[in-house]
Design a protein around this ligand. Structure first.
Ligand SMILES: [Zn+2]
Length: 165
């Protein structure tokens, strides 16, 4: 059984190759853009997902495939990596799939010359992690922020000099 998270990732990858999801058995198509904002799904993606969930994924499928989103969310299917192009694809829970990968009708895929579809990345979060690692490299006992200049200390030092002179 594919989790909603896996199905969302499956759609997000294929959306990046320009493959829309078909709604209501062909009455409408949905290809949200942008797909991500930072590491989160975009508003456009969430609205598309809500349309899909309107009927629990019935009559909705990735264009060029036979498996409805409802089937993917059932216990009969899971989402795995395609052996040919490594993108997420539906596979029956029991046994071998006679279905082609959704990439079968994309003449431009697999293609090493275009960026691989990927999940969103939060640049700020990434930088925070990087800063944390740098702080660890420098040593934990070293304060991350240097103590700032304290006028009171300077006055005490000046006073002690006066006392010894
Ligand atoms: Zn494939």
């Amino acid at each position: 059984m594919a989790s909603p998270k896996q199905v969302r990732e499956y759609l997000a990858h294929w959306f990046q190759l320009g493959k829309p999801v078909v709604l209501e058995n062909g009455k409408a198509e949905c290809l949200p853009y942008p797909i991500f904002v930072g590491s989160r799904y975009s508003q456009a993606f969430e609205e598309c997902w809500q349309q899909i969930l309107h009927k629990e994924g019935a009559d909705c499928y990735l264009k060029g495939t036979d498996q409805t989103i409802a089937m993917l969310l059932s216990s009969a299917w899971e989402v795995v990596s395609c052996a040919r192009c490594s993108l997420p694809i539906p596979l029956p829970d029991l046994g071998y799939s006679s279905y082609p990968c959704p990439c079968h009708d994309l003449t431009s895929w697999p293609n090493d010359e275009i960026p691989r579809p990927r999940m969103g990345v939060d640049t700020n979060q990434y930088l925070t992690v990087l800063q944390g690692r740098l702080a660890q490299v420098r040593g934990d006992d070293q304060p991350a922020v240097r103590p700032s200049y304290d006028p009171a200390d300077a006055a005490n030092i000046a006073a002690s000099w006066r006392g010894t002179s």
